[in-house]
Design a protein around this ligand. Structure first.
Ligand code: CAA
Ligand code: NDP
Length: 291
């Protein structure tokens, strides 16, 4: 089947970037969220990030104009019924994702491929709650989407070859690189990355180093582009905690227990960049450690 119209559920950090790359690649995009503010913020973010690409000469202002014209926004989830591919990129909570699928499914065309941008949750389990486990995939972009080359493709136990191949063609049309991950907790990237971030939080929690020293050590000592605590703020501390909980429960190994300090930040609503405060306070000129 040909994929031309793409529906994206969730206009947060990931949803806006996914809409950005699909629109630039020539797809018609329908971006949905439960809040108009999030939709407005997403469109502004997309325009700004395309502006960065124009400055660098990667795209022309005409490309930006045409791409923005290909993105429609809607607060009505069921408007995505006429799309050929749906990418769910809402909050990393299984009940939220299931609720979205339950609402959307009766309106979807039988041939539409349904996917989730989940960082960690079982694709097989998400798929089993739908009417199309054969057409369900994990379609996992990396943050920030316009910049990161990788997309993890994760097949559920029932995903058929036609669906996998169609998603692979989409990744190629986006000029990105697909990595195939088996459907086990947190797949590949987050199975490796998130325990490192959690260990950085333990390093802070146990007083081995300060926020600044921990991040500086990994940037200057291991050539990471961002320190692990800065990266956690960039991802979202709620998402980091959700992923650690999925690893801890899914693999039943105490080595994945989330650091109590991470839980404390999330319980305080200090979720990182998206709430202006996490391990750093972003409300001033430059980020300041909060501890
Ligand atoms: C949690 C999950 O499920 C999976 C995940 O995503 S794990 C997280 C994976 N992501 C990472 O590890 C990110 C690590 N950090 C980085 O790679 C870099 O810090 C970064 C690319 C985010 C910023 O790079 P930088 O050199 O510090 O900043 P800067 O020079 O301003 O930006 C470099 C490029 O990224 C773009 N960029 C920076 N931040 C951006 C953002 N938030 N959104 C979109 N584009 C962005 C800039 O426009 C610039 O693009 P061009 O090269 O086209 O101009
Ligand atoms: N952050 C990251 O680095 C990465 C995250 N991911 C995954 O992508 C998904 C989204 O993450 P991220 O973008 O960071 O999360 P955000 O919290 O930034 O955005 C989630 C968006 O979904 C909205 N939302 C919540 N419930 C619904 C709903 N029922 N219908 C439509 N929209 C809804 C939220 O609205 P509101 O804020 O009003 O609740 C919010 O705007 C998660 O599954 C995450 O694991 C994957 C790769 C990287």
């Amino acid at each position: 089947m040909s994929i031309e119209r793409v529906g994206i559920v969730g206009a947060g950090q990931m949803g806006n970037g996914i809409a950005h790359v699909f629109a630039l690649a020539g797809y018609q995009v329908l971006l949905n969220d439960i809040s108009q503010d999030s939709l407005d913020a997403a469109m502004a973010r997309i325009a700004k990030n395309m502006g960065r690409q124009i400055t660098k000469g990667a795209i022309s202002s005409e490309d930006q104009e045409n791409a923005l014209a290909r993105i429609e926004t809607t607060l009505t989830l069921t408007d995505l019924g006429q799309t050929d591919l749906v990418i769910e990129a809402a909050t990393e909570k299984e009940e939220v994702k299931k609720q979205i699928f339950d609402t959307l499914l009766p309106h979807l065309k039988p041939e539409t491929i349904l996917t989730s941008n989940t960082s960690s949750i079982s694709i097989t389990r998400l798929a089993s709650g739908t009417d199309r486990p054969e057409k369900f995939m994990g379609f996992h972009f990396m943050n920030p989407v316009p910049v990161m080359q990788l997309v993890e493709l994760i097949r559920g136990i029932a995903t058929d070859d036609e669906t996998y191949k169609a998603c692979l063609e989409v990744v190629n049309r986006l000029n990105k690189t697909a990595a195939s991950a088996e459907d086990f907790p947190a797949f590949i990237v987050n199975r490796i990355l998130m325990p490192m971030i959690n260990e950085a939080v333990y390093t802070l929690y146990e007083g081995v180093g300060s926020v600044q020293c921990i991040d500086q050590s990994m940037k200057l000592g291991a050539n990471h582009p961002m320190g692990p605590l800065e990266l956690a703020d960039f991802i979202g501390l709620d998402t980091c905690l959700s992923i650690m909980n999925v690893l801890h429960e899914g693999l039943a190994d105490t080595k994945y227990r989330p650091c109590p300090l991470l839980t404390k930040y999330v319980e305080a609503g200090w979720l990182g960049r998206k709430t202006q405060r996490g391990f750093y306070d972003y409300r001033g000129e430059t980020p300041v450690p909060t501890r």
